[in-house]
Design a protein around this ligand. Structure first.
Ligand code: ATP
Ligand code: MG
Length: 565
C-alpha cells in the first residue's frame, strides 16, 4: 500500500504556523519544500499533549504536500527503553499517521555529533571543563548578572582534543568533566553562556549498547538532527523559545548553503483535571496508583484508546483547540465532547442494564422468547437493524423505578405505564419487597397491542426505558470512570503533591450487569452506545466467559422528558 493511502487525510484549520509556512513558500524558501518531524523522547508513553504535537506536525506537512519524520530523541540512556519506542510507534499509527521509512534516532547521529564537536574544538569554539556540575551552574550568573568564565575556558585546542578523546574512550569517571561550547558568558540569554554539549555517562544505551561513554545534550543534538534530515520547520513547545538563539548558533556553525531549519514554538496543551508530565504519569504507573500506562483514566494515547476514544475524536479535538503562542488551559469536557460527537455517528446501539431490577410481566406467556427489531444506529441508516429477545422476565435499571415518585419523575412507578424500548407498554401492578423492605422485583402487565413500543390507540407515555431479558443476555462487568483528579490543576499547587488531589472514586466496578446477546460477537475495543447510559467499549480484559466494558463517556438522556441523567 502506498504511504498516501495509509495516512488519514486530516482536515486542519489554518493556524499561525501555517501562515508562516505559506509566507515561506511564497518567498520560495527551501524551494517550497515542507518537512517537519515529531521528536519524542522514549522515556514514557505518549499523552494527549503529544497527540496535539503529532497532529500539528503530520497535519501541517500533509496540508502542504510535505513529509514528516519520526525521530526518537534518545540522548539520555538512563531513562529510555525499547518498550517506549514500540508504544510510541503504535500510538502514532493508531492516530492515523505514517512516517514511511523515515524512522530516525538521535543516536543514529552520535558519530556525526561527535565529529561536529571535534570541529567546534578545532575552531576554538568548545572546551573541556573539569569543574563539577554544581560549580558550573554557580558560575552561570543570572539574567541580569553576567556569568563567570571557567578557569579551563582557554585551554589549547590540542589539550581539549586530547581530553575529549579520553572522555570518549572511557578514561574518566562520570562527572569528571564536560565539553562546553565557548560562546559568551555575558550573553543576556542564559542558554548562550557556554552550554554543556557532552557529559560522561557510563550507562549502556538501548540502541548503541556500550559503545559510548559520552552522550550529547538534547540541545546539542536536536537542531543538528533537524539539519541533517533536511527539516524545514522544527515545531516545538514554547519553553524552547529561549533556546532558539542556541539552536541557531549551532546551525550557523554547521550550514554550508542557504538551507537552514527554522524553529517555531507553540503553546503546549494543558488540560483541566489532568497531569501531563511524563515524569508524573510514570510515578502513577510505578507506584500503582493506576493499573498501567493504558489505564483508561490516564491521559495517555493508549489509555484513551482503551477508554474507547477514537483516532478521529482525538484529531478533531486537536484541530478544534487550535495552535497559539499563549499558554492556556483547555477544559477536559471539550475532549469528552469530541468523542461523544464521533461515536454518535458510528457507535452500534445496544441495551444494557447496569444496576438491575427484575420485572415480571405477569400476563406474558411463560417460556416464550420473542425477537423484536431494534435500530442499530439512528444516525446511520446503512447500519440496519438487529433482533433483541424479549421474555416474561426482564431487567430494568433500578433507578428507573420509584415507589413514591416526586412530581418530576416520569419513569416507572406503581400504577404507571411506560414504554419498553422496541418492545411494549407495561404498567406496574405490584412492588415485591424482602423482609427488610428492599424492593426485589416488580410485577407489571403488558399491552400486547403495543408491540414494537408503538401506542395502540394514541395514548401517550412519558418515559421509555431500556431493558434486558433475564434469560437471554450476557452478563458483564462494567467499569465506570470519573476524573482521576478532583482538582482542576492538580500539579499547580505549590507545596502540595499532585497525588493529594487524586479522586478516590475515579473507578467504579459494577460486576452484575446484563447486556443484550448481540455483544457476544464483539471484539476488544469495539464501541457501543448503551442506550440512555453513554458510550462504552469492550475491554481487552474480557474473556469468553466474562465480558468487561469501559464507559468511555456519559450521554445525556434524550428520551424521557426529564433531564434525569
Ligand atoms: P513531558 O513534559 O510530558 O515529559 P516532553 O516535552 O518532555 O513531555 P517529548 O517526548 O520530548 O516530551 O515530546 C515530544 C514532542 O511532543 C515535543 O516536540 C514536545 O514539544 C511535544 N509535547 C510534549 N508535551 C506536549 C504538550 N502538552 N502539548 C503539546 N506538545 C507537547
Ligand atoms: Mg522533552
Amino acid at each position: 500500500m502506498s504511504e498516501k493511502n495509509q495516512e488519514t487525510e486530516v482536515a486542519v484549520k489554518k493556524n499561525f504556523i501555517h501562515q508562516i509556512i505559506e509566507d515561506e513558500i511564497k518567498e520560495g524558501k527551501n524551494n517550497g519544500r515542507v518537512h517537519t518531524r515529531f521528536p519524542p523522547e522514549p522515556n514514557g508513553y505518549l499523552h494527549i499533549g503529544h497527540a496535539k504535537s503529532i497532529c500539528l506536525n503530520f497535519g501541517t506537512a500533509q496540508k502542504y504536500g510535505g513529509l514528516t519524520n519520526l525521530r526518537f530523541d534518545d540522548t539520555n540512556p538512563s531513562k529510555e527503553e525499547t518498550e517506549y519506542v514500540d508504544s510510541i510507534k503504535d500510538d502514532i499509527r493508531w492516530l492515523g499517521f505514517d512516517w514511511g521509512d523515515r524512522e530516525y534516532y538521535a543516536s543514529d547521529y552520535f558519530n556525526k555529533l561527535f565529529d561536529f564537536a571535534v570541529k567546534l574544538i578545532n575552531e576554538g569554539k568548545a572546551y573541556i571543563d573539569d569543574q563539577d556540575a554544581e560549580t558550573i551552574s554557580s558560575q552561570k550568573g543570572t539574567p541580569t548578572r553576567p556569568g563567570t568564565e571557567s578557569p579551563y575556558r582557554n585551554r589549547s585546542v590540542q589539550e581539549n582534543l586530547d581530553l575529549f578523546m579520553k572522555m570518549k574512550d572511557g578514561g574518566f569517571n562520570e562527572g569528571d568533566c564536560v565539553l562546553r561550547a565557548k560562546i559568551d558568558m555575558d550573553s543576556p540569554n542564559m542558554h548562550m553562556r557556554d552550554p554543556i554539549l557532552y557529559r560522561i555517562m557510563k550507562t549502556p544505551h538501548h540502541r548503541t549498547g556500550d559503545k559510548w561513554y559520552i552522550y550529547p545534550m538534547y540541545d546539542f543534538a536536536h537542531g543538528q538532527c533537524d539539519y541533517w534530515e533536511g527539516i524545514t520547520n522544527s515545531i516545538c513547545t514554547l519553553e524552547f523559545e529561549v533556546h532558539r538563539p542556541l539552536y541557531d548558533w549551532f546551525i550557523d556553525q554547521l550550514k554550508s548553503d542557504d538551507y537552514r531549519p527554522r524553529q517555531i514554538e507553540f503553546a503546549r496543551l494543558n488540560l483541566s483535571y489532568t497531569v501531563m508530565s511524563k515524569r508524573k504519569l510514570l510515578e502513577l504507573v510505578k507506584d500503582k496508583h493506576v493499573k498501567g500506562w493504558d489505564d483508561p483514566r490516564m491521559p495517555t494515547i493508549s489509555g484513551l484508546r482503551r477508554r474507547g476514544y477514537t483516532p478521529a475524536s482525538i484529531r478533531n479535538f486537536s484541530d478544534r483547540i487550535g495552535v497559539t503562542k499563549v499558554d492556556g488551559m483547555i477544559d477536559v469536557a471539550l475532549l469528552e465532547h469530541s468523542v461523544r460527537e464521533d461515536l454518535n455517528k458510528t457507535a452500534q446501539r445496544i441495551m444494557g442494564v447496569l444496576d438491575p431490577l427484575k420485572v415480571v410481566i405477569t400476563n406474558y406467556p411463560e417460556g416464550q422468547v420473542e425477537q423484536l427489531e431494534a435500530v442499530n444506529n439512528p444516525e446511520d441508516p446503512e447500519a440496519g437493524t438487529r433482533m433483541v429477545p424479549f421474555t416474561r422476565e426482564i431487567y430494568i435499571e433500578r433507578d428507573d423505578f420509584m415507589e413514591n415518585p416526586p412530581n418530576k419523575f416520569f419513569r416507572l412507578a406503581p400504577g404507571r405505564e411506560v414504554r419498553l424500548r422496541y418492545a411494549y407498554f407495561i404498567t406496574c401492578t405490584d412492588v415485591i419487597k424482602d423482609a427488610d423492605g428492599n424492593i426485589t422485583e416488580l410485577h407489571c402487565t403488558y399491552d400486547p397491542a403495543s408491540k414494537g413500543g408503538n401506542s395502540p390507540d394514541g395514548r401517550k407515555v412519558k418515559a421509555t426505558l431500556h431493558w434486558v431479558s433475564v434469560t437471554e443476555n450476557v452478563k458483564a462487568e462494567v467499569r465506570l470512570y470519573d476524573r482521576l483528579f478532583s482538582d482542576e490543576t492538580p500539579d499547580g499547587h505549590k507545596d502540595v503533591d499532585f497525588k493529594e488531589f487524586m479522586n478516590p472514586g475515579s473507578l467504579q466496578v459494577l460486576s452484575e450487569c446484563y447486556i443484550e446477546p448481540f455483544v457476544k460477537q464483539s471484539k476488544p475495543f469495539d464501541h457501543f452506545q448503551f442506550e440512555r447510559l453513554g458510550y462504552f467499549n469492550l475491554d481487552p480484559d474480557s474473556t469468553p466467559g466474562k465480558l468487561v466494558f469501559n464507559r468511555t463517556v456519559q450521554l445525556r438522556d434524550t428520551w424521557s422528558k426529564e433531564q434525569n441523567k
